[in-house]
Ligand binder design. Structure first.
Ligand code: TXA
Ligand code: MG
Length: 319
C-alpha cells in the first residue's frame, strides 16, 4: 500500500507529476486528481483511481490563455470573452482540441474541456511543470466532491502519494461548463459562476444541450453521500412522513422546529447564496459521517447560484 502524505511541497508535487504520477491538487472550486494531460498512461491512472467510466472526459487545467491557444483551435469569440472575464476562475469551456491532447483525456471527442484555475499553489504548479494537467474532481465516481485535503485523504488514503494542501476551497462547487456547438453558447453544467453573469458577458441566453452528451455531471445519480438523501421543497412534510428514522436536515434561512437543532445544518441565507454553495459539499461529507438513516435537504429558489446548488442536491437524492 502507498503511503499518502498531505503537504505543501510544490516541488515534490511537480516532480511526481513530471514522473507520470497522480497528485491531488487544490483549486478554487474543489480538489482535483491531477496528471500530465500529455501522457495517456498517466491520464489512464486517473480513470482507474476514480473508477470512472472511460467515456467520461476530463477537464484540462492550464496556466493562462496562451496555453489555451496552444492546445485548442478555432476558439469562438464568445469563448474568448468569457475566458477574459472569468479566468483565472471557475469557468470551463469546451473547445476544439489539437492532436497533442490525447483521446484518453477527452474520451475520444473532438472537443476538450479546458480551464484556468485560480488557486495560487496550483498556478505555481502549472508554471513549474509547464504541463497541462488533466484533473477531474478528486472523488470516486458518483461520490461527493472534496473541498478539503481531509476529504481527499478519506477517499484516496493508500492510493495516491501526495495531496497538495491548499486549504478549504473558495467556491466549494465545480466550475461552470460552457460549450459552443454550432456556435451557440450552451450550458453543460451549472457551477460556481452565476448564469446571469455569463449571459450578461456574452449578451445572449445560454442554450441547453440538445442531446445528453457523455457527461457524468449529467448522470442522474452523482455527488451522492452513502446516506440516502431526499431533496424536497417541504422539509416538514417529509420529516413527519419519515418519523421514526434518525434524520439529518440541510436547510437555509431558518431551522425547522420539527427536529432538534443538533440534527440540522443551516447552509446560509438566500441573500447571498455563495455562502451556501461554499458549505454544500463539506456539509454533505460531514452529514454522511453521522450515520443518519436519511438526510432531508431543502431545495433552494431556482435562481442565480440556487440553480447549481439544486442540481447537486437533486443528483445527490437520486438512488
Ligand atoms: O471545478 C471543476 O471543474 C473541477 C476542478 C478539479 O477543476 N473539476 C471537475 O471535473 O469537476 P469532473 O471530471 O469531475 O467534471 C468534468 C465534467 C464532466 O461532467 C465531464 O463529462 C465534462 O466535464 N466534460 C469534460 N470534457 C468534456 C467534453 N469534451 N465535452 C463535454 N463534457 C465534457
Ligand atoms: Mg466530478
Amino acid at each position: 500500500m502507498i503511503k499518502t502524505v498531505i503537504g505543501t511541497d510544490i516541488d515534490y508535487a511537480a516532480e511526481l507529476l513530471c514522473n507520470g504520477e497522480v497528485v491531488a491538487i487544490p483549486t478554487e472550486t474543489v480538489y482535483g486528481l491531477a496528471a500530465n494531460a500529455l501522457n495517456p498512461d498517466s491520464v489512464q491512472k486517473i480513470y482507474n483511481l476514480k473508477n470512472r467510466p472511460a467515456d467520461n472526459p476530463l477537464i484540462v487545467h492550464v496556466a493562462d490563455i496562451e496555453q489555451v491557444y496552444k492546445y485548442t483551435y478555432d476558439i469562438p469569440e464568445q469563448a474568448l470573452k468569457l475566458l477574459e472575464k472569468f479566468s483565472p476562475g471557475p469557468l470551463t469551456v469546451l473547445l476544439n482540441k489539437k492532436d497533442i491532447i490525447h483521446g484518453t483525456v477527452t474520451a475520444w471527442q473532438d472537443t476538450v474541456a479546458i480551464r484556468i484555475p485560480k488557486h495560487t499553489l496550483t498556478q505555481i504548479l502549472l508554471d513549474i511543470t509547464g504541463l497541462p494537467l488533466a484533473a477531474p474532481s478528486a472523488n470516486p465516481f458518483t461520490y461527493i466532491s472534496p473541498t478539503t485535503s481531509t476529504h481527499v485523504f478519506k477517499m484516496f488514503d493508500g492510493k495516491i502519494r501526495y495531496i497538495l494542501e491548499g486549504g478549504a476551497c473558495d467556491a466549494g462547487i465545480e466550475s461552470t461548463i460552457i460549450g459552443f456547438p454550432n456556435n451557440k453558447p450552451t450550458l453543460y453544467r451549472a457551477g460556481a459562476i452565476d448564469i446571469a453573469d455569463i449571459e450578461k458577458t456574452i449578451g445572449v441566453k445560454l442554450n441547453k444541450p440538445d442531446k445528453v452528451t457523455r457527461t457524468p455531471g449529467m448522470h442522474k445519480k452523482h455527488y451522492s453521500p452513502f446516506t440516502p438523501v431526499l431533496t424536497v421543497d417541504d422539509i416538514d412534510f417529509e420529516i413527519k412522513r419519515n418519523s421514526g428514522l434518525n434524520i439529518g436536515v440541510v436547510t437555509y434561512n431558518a431551522y425547522t422546529d420539527q427536529l432538534p437543532i443538533d440534527n440540522q445544518v443551516m447552509l446560509g441565507t438566500t441573500d447571498d447564496m455563495t455562502v451556501a454553495m461554499n458549505k454544500l459539499y463539506a456539509t454533505l461529507h460531514d452529514m454522511d459521517s453521522k450515520r443518519y438513516d436519511l438526510i432531508i435537504a431543502k431545495r433552494f429558489p431556482a435562481n442565480g447560484l440556487g440553480v447549481a446548488i439544486n442540481d447537486r442536491l437533486d443528483r445527490a437524492s437520486k438512488q
